[in-house]
Ligand binder design. Structure first.
Ligand SMILES: *Cc1c(COP(=O)(O)O)cnc(C)c1O
Length: 428
């Protein structure tokens, strides 16, 4: 494939945008090479500026669960834009999407819309602190909750000490309030809670992880977390920015039959426009300004174009009773096909899957947490990524990302993908 125009555009972008991108993972740093510049996309395919076509497994990092340029979303945005793009006043459509979201998600009464998943998680933690009057939080190594300071934390020395900043600019003061736990390890979480008795406001988790590749939680892990939180008056936050409206209409709460206290959303809920949201029961949500004292705001929050896109997306999902089954079947088909050809060509791998999230870890052992994910062979991944790209298959340019299956993918597309995996595997 030729990437001349993408290369030229990247060089131009690098002059005026740091690293040429507005979000680091787009830059291909983890895999080497030059990022592709997107020109257009429709259904299962994305086209770059050199007019190469790719079967897309990134899908804008999740939102395009029904495929690119999904007509009801596109039309809703066009129609809405004709009446003005922002007012800074309440609009009816905000209530409409709130009503629908609250009806789909278990265990919530109210929802507040923001502009990104980062904002949703940041606000959820503030709300949890305001509600409980406590300051520390627990997050899990390898889980991503956006780029606000409290989450850019890595494990400190020793399992029961506080974390340390993993980006310059994050203060030690902030880092000391974030404790790091091991994913899927309830004993580790219990030890942290024990060592910080009465000080922990919330535990935030990706209830199925997607930011260290796909890693589902073990049976009972979420239920054990729920019980631990209830015992110690800690709020449980499910960051469903990736899993919400993707793994089930009601997200992981519905899928695993576990109640969280605060839910965070993003990605699918905005249908491809910049939207995030957080939701909870009245007793918690009523602490938010202007009802309560916990401050949170946004000039463009609930923007009519964004709400129109999100509403069209949620309506399509809510009215399709077979969607999640179809997606899971397609993903299982891909899983089986990839596993067969990788095994045939002797490539060491572990495939994790939940619903429409799947990832191939080039690791020998089970991948259950960040440590085991990090054991994957990154050189194999790099070669695999570029091989797939050359075959017209676009997967995330990092071993620590999941593949997102969209409903626009046909079984022909999946077969083409499996053939590509087979071909690429021969040269790994
Ligand atoms: C993408 C993501 C975020 C951050 O959302 P942005 O819209 O990129 O700010 C937070 N949490 C999870 C689980 C995510 O996957």
């Amino acid at each position: 494939m030729l990437y001349q125009r993408s290369s030229a555009l990247f060089k131009e972008a690098e002059q005026v945008i740091p690293g040429g991108v507005n979000s680091p993972v787009r830059a291909f740093k983890a895999v080497g090479g030059t990022p592709l510049f997107a020109k257009s996309a429709k259904g299962a395919y994305v086209y770059d500026e050199d007019d190469n076509r790719y079967i897309d497994y990134i899908n804008s990092w999740g939102p395009m669960i029904l495929g690119h340029a999904f007509d009801p979303v596109v039309n809703a945005v066009i129609e809405k834009a004709k009446n003005g793009t922002s007012f800074g006043m309440p609009t009816e459509i905000e209530t409409k999407i709130a009503e629908l979201a609250v009806s789909m998600v278990p265990n919530v009464d109210k929802i507040r819309f923001v502009n990104s998943g980062t904002e949703a998680c940041m606000s959820a933690v503030r709300l949890a602190r305001g509600y409980t009057g406590k300051e520390k939080i627990i997050k899990f190594a390898g889980c991503y909750h956006g780029h606000s300071d409290s989450f850019l934390i890595q494990a400190g020395s020793g399992a029961v000490t506080f974390g340390s900043p993993n980006s310059p600019g994050v203060t030690q003061g902030t880092a000391k309030d974030t404790l790091l736990a091991r994913y899927n390890d309830i004993e580790n979480v219990k030890a942290l809670v024990q060592a910080n008795k009465g000080e922990i406001a919330c535990i935030i988790i990706e209830p199925v992880a997607g930011n260290m590749g796909c890693i589902p939680t073990k049976p009972n892990f979420l239920k054990d977390l729920r019980a631990l939180c209830s015992t110690h008056n800690i709020l449980l936050i499910f960051d469903e920015v990736m899993t919400g409206f993707r793994l089930a209409k009601g997200g992981v709460q519905e899928l695993y039959s576990v109640d969280a206290d605060i839910l965070c959303f993003g990605k699918v809920i905005g249908g491809g426009l910049p939207v995030g949201a957080f939701a909870a029961r009245n007793e918690i949500m009523n602490h938010l300004a202007p009802l309560g004292a916990v401050y949170q705001a946004g000039t463009l929050s609930g923007n009519p174009l964004a709400m129109a896109a999100g509403l069209a997306m949620l309506n399509a999902i809510d009215s399709d009773d077979d969607l999640f089954e179809r997606l899971a079947e397609k993903t299982a088909y891909l899983h089986k096909g990839c596993a067969e050809v990788l095994t045939k060509h002797g490539i060491i791998h572990t495939i994790n899957r939940e619903g429409s999230m799947i990832s191939i870890h080039f690791a020998k052992d089970e991948v259950v947490d960040f440590e085991s994910a990090a054991k994957g062979n990154n050189d194999t991944f790099k070669a695999f990524f570029h091989g797939m790209l050359n075959e017209g298959i676009y997967i995330a340019p990092s071993a620590f990302e999941t593949w997102f299956i969209s409903d626009a993918l046909s079984y022909d597309d999946l077969d083409e993908t499996i053939r590509a995996v087979s071909k690429v595997a021969q040269s790994l």
